[in-house]
Structures are given as structure tokens and as C-alpha cells.
Design a protein around this ligand. Structure first.
Ligand code: ZN
Length: 392
């Protein structure tokens, strides 16, 4: 081979190595934590781009990906769900229930594209054995405004639910930014629940009230899937956490921390009227996500990759009891639920860091989908979840 050609190959190889870090965590740990800023929306998929992208994915999927509108936000944006796969095991996923937590949206768009157009055995096995329903921008108004809460001033709440005219405002309502709700407190394990004035005095230890368009849309989707399949086997809820938390006893920053639903102590008597609640089952699916991250951690050797390819345990005190979270309400109905809290992105870290975090989330989602497809999630030991490093 001529020298010129060889040196070109050498340069290309060096470029490749420096552009694509070997282990997910190797790169993650290098991001500068000395000068943190308010996360910006710049560089993330906005609502219009997401709709365009979803339509493109549907069009190129030969009918494998189907788009559906499950409701509208208060500001009139359609809330999209994309469905792919023909299996009888259902995995429901949402991203941006908090509008300023955007990594999961990108991960879901990439995954939908791969599941819609890919043909390798892994993709085929998922499509044949699992039905994935993804809501990639669940709180589109909050997403547009880059804020956690949705948009729903209390006057409009009362117009919508006249029975609340003289009621106290729900505890998870905030009058800031024009008024809105933490949608991730607006769920109730009673899937037929309608808001009642006397309930508004309750706090976070009690379920939410299905006040928002978003929670009501997801409830309907969940109920319809339950009717169609008998159960919604898994629900995954994609979030961001702080940018610079370290794993316990190490200098390693958290990449993604994972959790099962916060419903107080194990075998909590408070929930004895919900016999389908199975916390060990949720921990199996959490573990499946961690194993997915480990499988794809890079270096071709999962055993030596630090921290399971970047998976940690999210803070889970035994008195943490939040039944109004979507994942908690669905878990009380028998669904295994998994929380992802990916490390928050900083604008000055750039696209490479963003790509790495998106990939870590996607690896976790594939970890669950693969293990549902081959049934191995049923044979995991949920208590192995406790082997994951904790970040607090
Ligand atoms: Zn969140």
C-alpha cells in the first residue's frame, strides 16, 4: 500500500479514536463541573422538529411505526404516541413529563427509527415479541418553554372542573410562570378517578387528581393498552437529574441513575388494596436497563467497564412515598415501572457529551426491550439491583 494511503488511514484512525471514546463513562467523567450554567434548549429537538422526525420515521418504516395523537396540551399542541412492534408484551415509555428534561426524547426518536427501519436479529426479535408505545414529548408546552411544569392557570382548572370553584389549589400546582402543574404528581392509581373538591387539601403522600390534559391523555392510553393486551407490562419514565452528582466513594460522575417506584417501605400496609403491586418485579426491569447499559458500555468488555456502563441507583429512602407519580400509580396497577434520571447536560459540554448521554439512555431502553423479547427479564433476580452503586 502506498505511504500516502497508509498515512491517510493512520489520520483517519486517530480521528476515529478521539471522536468516539471507548467507554461511555470515560468520556462522561471528564465534563467540567466547575462552571455550571442554566441548561439551555439550544441543540435539542423542539416540538416541530420532533413532529417532522416522527412523520419521517413513520413514512420510512414500511408501516411498522404508527403515529397516534393521544390528546392536546392546553396551548393546543398534539401529544404524539408512536407504536412499533407486534408482540404481546407491552412497554410504554414517556419522555419530557418535565419539559426541561430532554435527553430521553432524542433517545426515543433514535430508537423508533432503528426499530422502524432496522432488520438485524436484535431489532426483529424486539418487533416480533414486544409492542413499544413511546410518548417522546409528553409535556409539549413545558418543553417549548423549557420548564418543568405544564401550562394550566388555576382559573382554567376551575373552568374545566367547576366542582373545584371553592376548593384549595392542588399542592403540586405552582402559580409561577403563569401557572401550571408538576404533571408527575397528577396521577392516581384509581384509573377512574375524577377530581373532587374535598381531595384538594391532600399532600404528596396521597395520589394526584388527573387535572392536567397530559395525565388524562396518558391514563386513557394506559387503559386502552390494558384492554387490548390484558396488562401494560412495563412503563419507563425518562428524566434528568443534576449534572454533577458523583457515585458513592468515587470520583465518577453519575451517568444514569435508575429506580423502582417510591411507595414507602416494602410491603407497605397502606397499599394492601393494590394486590398487583410488585416492587421486586419493578426492580427486575430496572436491572434489565442497567444490564443493557453494561452490555453496550464499550471496550468490548462489560466486566471491566466502570459502574455497569454508567448505571447507578437513584435515591430511594424507605419513607419516600409518592403515589401521584405516573410510575407509582401504574405500579399499583401491576405494571413494572422504571425511572431513568440521566445526568443533566450542560451547554458548554457540547454535542459529544450529549450524544454519549443519549446513547446511555438508549442502551438502557434496549436492555429492557431485549430482555422482554427473549423472556429473560422474568428470570432476573430483582434484588441484584442493590449491587448497583448509589450516588448519594
Ligand atoms: Zn424530572
Amino acid at each position: 500500500m502506498p505511504i500516502r494511503k497508509l498515512s491517510f488511514l493512520f489520520v483517519a484512525l486517530v480521528l476515529l479514536i478521539t471522536q468516539f471514546p471507548l467507554g461511555a463513562n470515560a468520556q462522561n467523567g471528564n465534563a467540567d463541573c466547575s462552571n455550571l450554567t442554566d441548561p439551555s434548549v439550544e441543540g435539542w429537538v423542539d416540538y416541530e422538529q420532533m413532529v417532522k422526525s416522527l412523520r419521517q420515521i413513520e413514512k420510512t418504516s414500511f408501516g411498522r411505526v404508527e403515529l397516534d395523537v393521544i390528546g392536546q396540551s392546553r396551548l393546543g399542541k398534539d401529544i404524539y404516541a408512536a407504536r412499533v412492534g407486534t408482540g404481546d408484551r407491552v412497554m410504554l415509555v414517556t419522555s419530557e413529563i418535565h419539559g426541561n428534561e430532554k435527553t430521553g426524547t432524542e433517545a426515543l426518536l433514535q430508537m423508533l427509527k432503528e426499530l422502524g427501519s432496522g432488520n438485524n436479529p436484535e431489532i426483529q426479535a424486539i418487533r416480533n415479541n414486544v409492542t413499544i408505545v413511546a410518548v417522546p414529548k409528553f409535556n409539549p408546552d413545558g418543553a417549548d418553554l423549557n420548564q418543568r411544569q405544564n401550562v394550566f392557570p388555576w382559573e382554567e382548572v376551575v373552568n374545566t372542573f367547576p366542582q373545584l370553584k371553592d376548593a384549595k389549589r392542588a399542592w403540586y400546582y405552582s402559580a409561577s410562570r403563569g401557572g401550571g402543574f408538576d404533571v408527575n404528581r397528577d396521577f392516581n392509581p384509581d384509573l377512574n378517578y375524577e377530581p373532587r373538591a374535598e381531595d384538594m387539601t391532600k399532600d404528596g403522600s396521597q395520589p394526584g387528581f388527573f387535572l392536567t390534559n397530559e395525565s388524562r391523555a396518558l391514563r386513557n392510553l394506559y387503559v386502552n393498552l390494558k384492554k387490548e393486551f390484558g396488562e401494560v407490562e412495563a412503563y419507563v419514565d425518562l428524566h434528568h437529574m443534576g449534572a454533577c452528582n458523583k457515585n458513592e466513594g468515587s470520583d465518577q460522575y453519575v451517568t444514569v441513575s435508575l429506580d423502582y417506584p417510591p411507595l414507602g417501605p416494602e410491603n407497605n400496609p397502606k397499599y394492601k388494596q393494590y394486590p398487583l403491586l410488585d416492587q421486586e418485579k419493578s426492580r427486575r426491569y430496572v436491572l434489565a436497563a442497567a444490564l443493557g447499559m453494561k452490555d453496550h458500555a464499550g471496550n468490548g468488555n462489560a466486566e471491566t467497564s466502570p459502574f455497569w456502563g454508567g448505571a447507578s441507583r437513584y435515591f430511594h429512602a424507605s419513607d419516600r412515598d409518592l403515589p401521584g407519580q405516573a410510575r407509582s400509580s401504574f405500579a399499583l396497577n401491576g405494571t413494572a415501572t422504571v425511572l431513568f434520571e440521566v445526568r443533566g447536560q450542560q451547554h458548554n459540554w457540547g454535542q459529544k457529551q450529549k450524544g454519549m448521554l443519549t446513547k446511555a439512555v438508549k442502551n438502557g431502553l434496549y436492555g429492557i426491550a431485549n430482555r422482554m423479547a427473549d423472556g429473560s427479564v422474568d428470570k432476573l433476580n430483582g434484588n441484584d439491583f442493590y449491587n448497583l452503586p448509589k450516588y448519594w
